[in-house]
Write a new protein. Structure first.
Length: 473
């Protein structure tokens, strides 16, 4: 992201704990776009711990496109920024890690919302209620915006701007499709940006973990497919998008091409091409230009779509589903690209675009309400950061810092007014298109979400057959 300086932090958490003592192995999450119906089981292995040595250096400008152990810093500034380079010793993974190798107990992580974890904060529950409680109640037929339920309890992660009372940590909670965050618990909980979405796309693609408003710690890029069945070897990985995205690893801007068609392609390794035949597919016309990237009609209409939601008073009303449109996704950081992915065992064309906080996929052959979906980036990110999933070949890997559960009953009273942070916005939008809508239905949808199986999962998100808890306001 041009003009942004990065201060890497040598420690990702206040407390470090070994995973080797954990006896209960957690089955890995699939990497499909939708909420999974199943996951595949893998044997866990013990990985040697990292020995880190911090050395102070001066930040320089440039980009990096390889998962190297040291970081390159982008941006220009008149003030030198001090960064620390972590020299890690561990095992170089020759072929990468196609399965998570670190066990996590079931009382910390259960993908697909199967852990019945309570919401970490009432404001987080209200965000979830607004869109996804109607899905779980079968009152609408549409994709999840968050997932069936939280995948974790409340966790604490380092954040430089956290208030003194929070001791340098922020409250987070993971879902299939996002990580909710409360950066400032002293702010006004009724405001839209009191709860924010993590910059998960930026982090997975760049290999940097955000530890402050403008502070990022070098970790490693994620060789995890962005779409498709679990174990798919066709879909592009997050690392494959590093060369076409604006992240801490470098800027890759695009020209304003509104009115043209999205026909560009990308493969698993980031090789680019084009497929002129895609110009005839509905929804590929580029409609909106912002943050140096173009958004096609399929995604733009989805991000601005209207439908039934629960309002703050618990009433079902018809409103724009995401307010403002970039609240959940963030701004685009790449162009849209067509790719091949194996979905339900069938090789399928899928359009993928990375935004700051989410990844959107478009499968024109999916049923209405499920053609555009948000990828399971919350699952991917948790497995990447805490379970050594998606280590790129040749990368040195050690034991990650364990997730730290948030204590209960210690919430800081919410007062004041929060500030929304993001990228300066210069936009171009072509003539408005009719917004997509979602309609109420009374017929049940697909089968229930299952935590562990060897059956591959599809891109389309199913609605569970059995509601999980009561989540209405």
């Amino acid at each position: 992201m041009k003009g942004r300086w990065i201060a890497t932090i040598t420690s990702l958490a206040a407390a470090s704990m070994a995973f080797g003592a954990v006896a209960l192995a957690q089955t890995p999450s699939p990497t499909a776009t939708g909420t999974p119906t199943a996951t595949a089981t893998a044997e866990s292995t013990t990985t040697p711990a990292i020995t880190a040595t911090a050395t102070a250096t001066t930040a320089t400008s440039g980009t990096t496109n390889t998962p190297a152990p040291t970081s390159a810093v982008t941006g220009t500034s008149s003030t030198a920024t001090t960064v620390s380079t972590v020299v890690a010793t561990g095992t170089a993974v020759a072929a990468g890690t196609p399965f998570p190798t670190i066990p996590v107990p079931a009382n910390i992580y259960a993908p697909g919302g199967q852990g019945l974890f309570p919401f970490a904060h009432s404001a987080m529950q209200q965000q979830w209620n607004r869109t996804d409680s109607l899905v779980i109640q079968r009152k609408v037929s549409r994709t999840w915006f968050w997932g069936p339920d939280p995948n974790t309890p409340g966790l604490l992660e380092p954040y430089a701007e956290a208030p003194t009372q929070a001791r340098g940590q922020r409250l987070v909670q993971y879902f299939d499709k996002s990580r909710m965050e409360i950066n400032n618990p002293l702010a006004n909980a009724s405001q839209q940006f009191f709860v924010t979405n993590g910059l998960l796309s930026v982090e997975l693609i760049s290999g940097f973990v955000q530890v402050g408003d403008k502070d990022f710690s070098k970790f490693r890029p994620a060789c995890i497919p962005m779409s498709g069945d679990f174990g798919d070897n066709l879909a592009p990985t997050y690392f494959a998008f590093q060369g076409v995205s604006n992240t801490q690893a470098g800027d890759h801007n695009a020209e304003d091409r509104t009115g043209q068609n999205a026909i560009e392609t990308i493969d698993r390794d980031g090789k680019l091409g084009s497929d002129p035949a895609k110009a005839s597919v509905a929804g590929v016309k580029l409609m909106h230009y912002e943050n140096h990237h173009n958004v096609p009609a399929a995604f733009w209409n989805f991000l601005n779509s209207t439908g039934p939601v629960y309002n703050a008073n618990g009433q079902v009303v018809n409103e724009q589903l995401i307010v403002p449109w970039f609240y959940a996704s963030g701004l685009p950081i790449s162009e849209p690209y067509w790719a091949k992915a194996k979905i339900r065992g069938t090789i399928t064309d899928v359009m993928i675009q990375a935004f700051e906080r989410r990844v959107l996929t478009y499968v024109p052959t999916n049923p209405k309400g499920f053609q555009v979906e948000m990828g399971n980036i919350g699952q991917h990110y948790f497995d990447w950061r805490y379970r050594n999933f998606g280590v790129c070949p040749g990368t040195v890997v050690g034991t990650p810092t364990a997730p730290v559960p948030a204590p209960t009953g210690t919430a800081i009273p919410a007062t004041g007014t929060p500030q929304a942070t993001g990228t300066a916005r210069v936009t171009t939008t072509v003539s408005p298109q009719p917004q997509a809508t979602t309609t109420s239905v009374s017929t049940p949808q697909a089968s229930s979400t299952v935590a562990a199986s060897r059956t591959a999962t599809a891109t389309m998100t199913p609605i569970p057959a059995t509601p999980v808890g009561t989540r209405v306001p």
